[in-house]
Design a protein around this ligand. Structure first.
Ligand SMILES: [Fe+2]
Length: 311
């Protein structure tokens, strides 16, 4: 049994000193947050009798996490991304705001600056020979229930090795492969041709997977396609669809799967469908309509501004 010191005035005053609460300079908001987190950490160290060895293993872990650039991967793995979505959903419920299409996590692999196309885009450059052709399309609806022309649908997904362009350790993919921005047509429709992505996992030798191993958890995601959807007068929708039939659809290490985000994938093998899409052979088709929510008192009250790669 260890000595209990957390609640002593000495430790409490020490926490105030360490977080600058006795100083005029700095950011009050930062002080408040750091004071709370540091206090909770001090308390956890005492309550759980965290040993110095355990603590220093944690410090080494944080250095590894940064060196490998995996903080943005550990975050969804520990459910924090999902937690922010839960909070936004709860806020919407309080305000009586309905999201026609559910939001879900962004993930760390968006890249701004993808080529912009009107109505239709081909996302892949044909170099992934293992890929099965995918055609996905749908209509973007505004909060009034009517199709939204000139809405912007940003799409990004992985290849058949589970890698994203700009983050592909093999170096095989050209910039913006499998990334496009599609502007909806006069009927609010978007359409793209690509390949069916496959799921992927955390780097097996990385710190995120190392922690998940300690938790007895896997670090894999089902195949999915990311979407940002924006339109005048509406809130930005951040979401993903899962590839129907993936065995991990409801066992995602990043907790992104939600009801309403697993549209059916239909294999089209008939000549008429193939010809109508200008394809050479069978393909998979996904139809996914998107319903946006209106601005709240004229503003996007849930817009998320986070550091993102731009190319
Ligand atoms: Fe992803």
């Amino acid at each position: 049994m260890s000595a209990q010191i957390f609640n002593t005035s000495e430790v409490q005053e020490f926490l105030r000193l360490a977080t600058g609460l006795d100083q005029d300079g700095g950011s009050p908001r930062t002080k408040k947050i750091v004071h709370r987190i540091l206090s909770d950490l001090f308390k956890a160290i005492e309550d759980l009798d965290v040993t110095p060895d355990e603590y220093w293993a944690g410090i080494a872990y944080l250095n590894q996490l940064g060196a490998r650039g995996e903080a943005g991967l550990l975050s969804p793995g520990l459910g924090l991304d999902r937690y922010f979505d839960m909070r936004m959903d709860a806020q919407d419920a309080v305000l009586g705001v309905e999201n026609g299409t559910p939001r879900t996590i962004e993930g760390p692999l968006y890249v701004a600056g993808a080529p912009v196309e009107k109505g239709f885009a081909r996302l892949d450059d044909g170099s992934d020979k293992a890929g099965h052709t995918l055609v996905m399309h749908g209509t973007v609806y505004g909060a009034n229930g009517k199709p939204a022309p000139n809405a912007t649908v940003e799409v990004w997904h992985a290849n058949t090795k589970g890698f994203y362009s700009h983050f592909d350790p093999t170096g095989e993919q050209q910039p913006f492969n499998m990334r496009r921005t599609i502007v909806t047509d006069a009927q609010g429709r978007y359409k793209f041709q690509s390949i069916v992505p496959v799921g992927y996992g955390c780097p097996p030798d990385g710190p995120t997977q190392a922690l998940l191993n300690q938790l007895g958890r896997h670090g894999n995601r089902p195949a999915h396609i990311h979407l940002f959807v924006t339109a005048d007068g509406h809130r930005k929708l951040t979401t993903q669809i899962n590839i129907d039939g993936d065995p991990l659809v409801f066992d995602d290490f990043a907790y992104a799967t939600r009801e309403g985000l697993v549209p059916p994938l239909v294999e089209r093998t008939d000549a008429a469908s193939i010809q109508a899409n200008g394809l050479a052979g069978p393909f998979a088709e996904i139809v996914f309509d998107i319903r946006l929510s209106a601005l709240v008192q004229g503003v996007d009250n849930q817009i998320v501004d986070r550091p993102r790669l731009a190319a």
